[in-house]
Design a protein around this ligand. Sequence first.
Ligand SMILES: O=C(O)C1=C[C@@H](OP(=O)(O)O)[C@@H](O)[C@H](O)C1
Ligand SMILES: C=C(OP(=O)(O)O)C(=O)O
Length: 428
Amino acid sequence: MGEDGRVSLWRAPRAVSPVRASVTLPGSKSITNRALILAALADGPSTLTGALRSRDTDLMIGALRTLGTTVTERDGGTTLDVTPGPLRGGEVACGLAGTVMRFVPPLAALADGDVRFDGDEQARVRPMSTVLDALRALGADIDGDRLPFTVHGRGAVRGGSVTIDASASSQFVSGLLLSGAAFDEGVVVRHAGEPVPSMPHIEMTVEMLRTAGVPVDTSETDTWRVPPTTIKAVDVTVEPDLSNATPFLAAAAVTGGVVSVPLWPESTTQAGDAIRGILEQMGAEVTWADGTLTVRGPGELRGIDVDLHDVGELAPTVAALAAVAASPSDLRGIAHLRGHETDRLAALATEIGRLGGSITETEDGLHIEPTPLHGGIWHSYADHRMATAGAILGLVVDGIEVEDIGTTAKTLPDFEGLWESLLTGSDS
Ligand SMILES: O=C(O)C1=C[C@@H](OP(=O)(O)O)[C@@H](O)[C@H](O)C1
Ligand SMILES: C=C(OP(=O)(O)O)C(=O)O
């Protein structure tokens, strides 16, 4: 919506020639919000460099400040000095951020006082009860099963062992692990159910805990053991957000152009790294040299048959690529996307279908057949990755207007500016 209450439309720039650009991306949402939680629980002050400033990370900073943590900003806000303080009650706004609604309640249970959580209308239907039930089983006192809910902090959490079904979101596991070392008995989280999605995000949690001196035991499948121990203050340099890099790399793929992203880590737990293999399978040339990833698009993109269970965040970008590919695609293993910012499978099927695409929703994904697309309005459903998927299609399809492009600010400030820089070829 625009300020006057009317739906705002953004004319997606059409690429008149192959895009050639180098795009520098801001920090990772997932790393920034984990580092903030760990810093709030640490044994002293720590500094985050290259932190993402976006709606999701600003909500996390706001939540931690409310609960008694001091966060000060430098370098235009991307350097954050975090000093832990005694945790207290207050009101936490989650917006639509999964990382805030799933990572902060375990910390709130350690606070002295009531912490009331609420969020956007769409956030109120995102799955929450698994993490709240787990916290109850670990000794916390909580009213409610989804947003809004209240955690009655008692200054301590007993902790211990809990078995959960984390098949709807890896964030249930990550949330419990991030604060678990501060529970009296630590925490042992066991998963029982269909496979947990987004495993690289749990690996990110484990790796960051270990860096903070917490020896997480992952020797048993689907079991994570965090002992009660001190979380050490560590200074963190945040990697660029590789999932947010994917629309920019896709721009090279769909226009037959060349896009580079500097500061691409050689090894990482970020899901976005999987775009390399995906783009290669679709016919693009992908190279990594001296910390820069470069994608060269082919004349014609091939369709892809891919299981995105581990990297569901990439599905909107891959669906956009598949919609303009020359052969059919199957995106599998992503039923859990129905509980993301919106039901992403329904949203992608509806919007690609409205542009004339041939797409069907399956039980756990999407099937896409090559069909010429036409212009029209692309709805965003308050979902940053739906908006960026519309922008990708707009590069090669005349007359696409993306509704509510501003929703990209959930994880990427000034998406429009960065996107325009693609077409002017200027280094951003
Ligand atoms: O822990 C994280 O930072 C995230 C985990 C994933 O969630 P799901 O496991 O719910 O897919 C991912 O999709 C989300 O964007 C970020
Ligand atoms: C699923 C996503 O976000 P969230 O952290 O809100 O779950 C996402 O960014 O694709």
